[in-house]
Design a protein. Sequence first.
Lengths: 182, 148
Amino acid sequence: MKSKLRGFTLIETMIVLSIIGLIIPVMFSLFFINLRSQTKVLILQEVKRNGDNSLNTIESLSKQFGVSFHQASPPLRTNEVCVTTGSNYSAGNIYILDESGDWFSFYLDNGRIASESGTTGVTYLTNDKVVVSSFSLTCDRPISVSPPIMSISFTVSQVGTPGRQEEEASLNYQTKIKLRSY
Amino acid sequence: MKSNILQRGVTLLEVLIFITILSFVFIGVAITTTSSLQRTQYNQHKILATHYAEELEEWMRGEKEADWTSFVNKSAALPGRIYCFNSTTIAWPSVGNCSGVYGLVNTFKREATLSGTGSQITVNINIEWQEASNLFSIPIDTVFSQWD
């Protein structure tokens, strides 16, 4: 009668506990890997969104409204650059004169792309979740019969250093545009 | 006898049922997590692939703006010429496809086909990558015309 009532032995309990102890860490590590890769996608999304937006804005504004390139503000005939054939300018900020006589400019300000205009002041094209580096706007004019060409290039990266076993979310952007209303 | 009934433990059947339910729950959670992980991986690759495709498209646009004549020379009448842009810094490679090499950041294959002559060039950019023996691709088609 006594033998029929026996419960689990110590060995049995230990086996059960060790199996549970193996399964639980696996489940949790899966969960955390998942969480981490989702964070990575979110960061990448943010980087791409900022980069795409900046490139589109610079590209479309310059293409639509740009008339000529200048090396200083206010833009005057005397400080116009990329006028003669074969000339180029890559020394500093480019100020772009628009059709209504106002000017606008894009430059790097503490890791963010600033868009400044003579009438509306400074606005930022990227937010503080990303850092922009290697920002360059240059112009050159290979042929006199066609408008000057502006080259845009920059790199957008995530803010801060990535955690271990992760590569940094960093994307390069580059394009060239011709002023339409030259 | 009365105390014996009170101290009755769990039967084998009860333990089996419990374990089965528990393992079903665990398997369910594991499947959901892994599929979610795969989807995240796919999302990440897709974001990157779209970027690389757009990057090449913008670069092509730049080449076209800079010098139409040499841009046209890169193209040929249908079926056109295929180029492999597996390098992160873009420059014109010699004619030829990637021969099945996923060399762009060790994940992607980036090919562009330029077809057409004269004042209109069609550019087909195709990014391909493999994931869990599935093949994914992002195609972008653009037509470049001579303006001036």
